[in-house]
Design a binder for this molecule. Structure first.
Ligand SMILES: Nc1ncnc2c1ncn2[C@@H]1O[C@H](COP(=O)(O)OP(=O)(O)OP(=O)(O)O)[C@@H](O)[C@H]1O
Length: 236
């Protein structure tokens, strides 16, 4: 624990995204095929994330976590199954960043923009009065005040990872999906980041689904879902 309280993440000025409902999926199936080889990455996965809760998704490397998140988000097409995105209960193609924001495993930052501009972008698209101020506030809360003007290539992987999280949090989304968002961080920084995430879930009612191998992240979750060989294990 750092002993620091996480600064609250300021809210965007426009109307908040539609709230309510759940982020979830029902009976998702996904098989990858390469020639004759088949990898059954998802074998019928059903889950729900409710507003305000932090759910950790854990499992060995290759158990299907990233595939599950990608299918849940609509970034990959499942072979079967359905997804629900909060209040809209529609397909991912129509889901806005304010409804479901994402921290991808490989960050997905725009290399030609500064960290500040990367984080301000979704706030700008959401119609925030002062996107830069909102971006600075969340970057500061995540311990990045000193590097906001640098490009992603000019910071450490841990700093880039926190920037990807800041870009998701800046719009106070209804739901957050994060793939290993603390994998590059030391324990103190992880605790700081989790404090900011928890604050958002409490104050904005964000429901978070966080795939992680990190014991600190798992310990801070309200619920833990365990994946094994393309399936979720039944609750212990
Ligand atoms: N595009 C792809 N083509 C073929 N197989 C794939 C593809 N993507 C993933 N796989 C396979 O699907 C299985 C699940 O992979 P996935 O990336 O979902 O696991 P993971 O639990 O997220 O792993 P990690 O913790 O290492 O990120 C693995 O066996 C992987 O090799």
């Amino acid at each position: 624990m750092t002993g620091r309280h996480a600064a609250p993440v300021p809210g965007p000025s426009p109307a908040p995204p539609p709230r309510g409902g759940v982020l979830g999926c029902h009976d998702l199936v996904k098989t990858y095929r390469r020639g004759r080889e088949e990898v059954r990455a998802l074998r019928g996965v059903t889950l729900e994330v409710r507003p305000g809760e932090v759910v950790a998704l854990v499992g060995r490397s290759g158990s299907g976590k990233t595939t599950l998140l990608n299918c849940l988000l609509g970034w990959e097409a499942p072979d079967a199954g359905t997804t629900t995105h909060g209040a809209t209960a529609r397909g991912a193609a129509r889901t806005s960043w304010e409804e479901v924001a994402v921290v991808p495993q490989r960050f997905g930052l725009l290399e030609e923009l500064s960290l500040l501009d990367n984080v301000a972008l979704p706030a700008r698209l959401a119609g925030h009065d002062d996107p830069a101020a909102a971006a600075v506030a969340v970057l500061e809360a995540l311990g990045l005040a000193a590097v906001v003007d640098r490009a992603p290539a000019e910071v450490s992987l841990g700093q880039a990872q926190r920037t990807a999280l800041a870009r998701a949090l800046v719009v106070r989304p209804a739901f957050l999906v994060a793939d290993e968002p603390t994998g590059r961080l030391d324990e103190d920084t992880t605790t700081q980041v989790l404090g900011v995430l928890r604050d958002l879930c409490t104050t904005a009612g964000t429901g978070a689904l966080v795939a992680s191998h990190d014991t600190t992240t798992i310990a801070h979750a309200d619920r833990v879902l365990r994946m094994s060989d393309g399936r979720l294990e039944p609750d212990a």
